[in-house]
Design a protein around this ligand. Structure first.
Ligand SMILES: C[S@@+](CC[C@H](N)C(=O)[O-])C[C@H]1O[C@@H](n2cnc3c(N)ncnc32)[C@H](O)[C@@H]1O
Length: 306
């Protein structure tokens, strides 16, 4: 029903036009939030059981993983939300420190591959603090629109403040939404990106299908995500680094070792390059290909909707 509610509402109000309300999922998982797409702060809360998603009910006994821990399907979203509420304020600095700044290069390549043009409409999904969204605003110009969307209000708040301080207004909108049930009309976007977000999503197949639905024919999806290192030696060093050093750094800088332990574990549980490619094909994407970066530590998957 979240899906039904959001689709109808957005459809009825003409999509994502400025200052029109969109129905979103509040991270708290106990409320659904209705807020203006311009992120004015105006919002209305409804008890979530009014909109309870049948999929969630059906999956309530199903088990999934949260890092290496097994959790109920219905609980994963809340656990992920707690991680990102906790790390939001220190997210950017931790990203630079943990990756030695290399995440900037991965993102730069993603922007180049996206080939976005002036006037286009772009969705940066699970966009967090807005690194990609910011670059896209520079590409689409005044006539284009970039939607920075994330399920987590804390991450979105940090992103909005950062981009506003950089003078980024006019061609950007902020939408709090779940990647599994996107509140946009079908065939809306020229390009969708999701960077380091997909592995946190509970139902990745449903999320990919939702992205496919809102992409325009001819549009492309780019998924930037941690993947499987292709060299055994690199894999060994990477394991030591992520399981020993990352939680230590997380404790030191963000006073939160657990969230960074989750980061390392969630990467190991994420589908590898080939499996993700198959998932994208299954969701309907064509011409799916991927490019390994930093020896497969990260992979950029690209697919087109025809
Ligand atoms: C590691 S951060 C990535 C942020 C940004 N894209 C980047 O590359 O720096 C992952 C983001 O995914 C978001 N996320 C997790 N589950 C989500 C979902 N189901 N729908 C939308 N966003 C989600 C989190 O709130 C978080 O902001």
């Amino acid at each position: 029903m979240w899906f039904f509610g959001s689709q109808n509402l957005v459809g009825a109000t003409g999509g994502i036009a400025e200052s029109q309300p969109v129905l979103c999922i509040k991270t708290n998982a106990s409320v659904v939030s209705l807020r203006l797409s311009r992120y004015t702060g105006w919002q209305q809360h409804f008890p979530i059981n009014l909109f309870m998603d049948k999929r969630l009910q059906d999956n309530s006994e199903k088990i999934t993983h949260f890092g290496f821990e097994e959790v109920k399907w219905a609980d994963k979203q809340q656990r992920v939300a707690e991680v990102f509420h906790s790390v939001a304020a220190k997210y950017d600095i931790m990203n630079d420190l943990m990756s030695f700044g290399i995440h900037r290069l991965w993102k730069k390549i993603t922007i180049q591959k996206a080939g976005v043009k002036p006037g286009q409409k772009i969705l940066d999904l699970a966009g967090g603090t807005g690194d990609l969204a910011y670059q896209f605003t520079q590409k689409v110009g005044e006539q284009g629109t970039v939607i920075l969307s994330d399920i987590n209000a804390s991450m979105l708040d940090v992103g909005r403040e950062k981009l506003t301080n950089r003078g980024c207004i006019g061609n950007i909108e902020y939408v709090q939404a779940n990647a599994e049930c996107l509140p946009f009309a079908e065939n809306t976007f020229d390009c969708i990106t999701i960077s380091f977000g997909l592995r946190n999503v509970t139902d990745k197949d449903v999320a990919l299908a939702s992205m496919y639905r809102v992409l325009k024919p001819g549009g492309r999806l780019l998924v930037l995500e941690f993947s499987k290192p292709i060299m055994p030696l690199l894999s060994e060093i990477y394991d030591q680094y992520s399981f020993k050093i990352l939680p230590f750094m997380g404790q030191l800088i963000a006073q939160d070792a657990d969230s960074y332990r989750y980061l390392a574990e969630s990467i190991r549980k994420h589908p590898d390059q080939e499996i993700l490619k198959q998932m994208m094909l299954r969701a309907g994407f064509d011409k799916v290909e991927y490019q390994n970066m930093t020896g497969g530590v990260v992979a950029l998957h690209m697919g087109v909707k025809y």
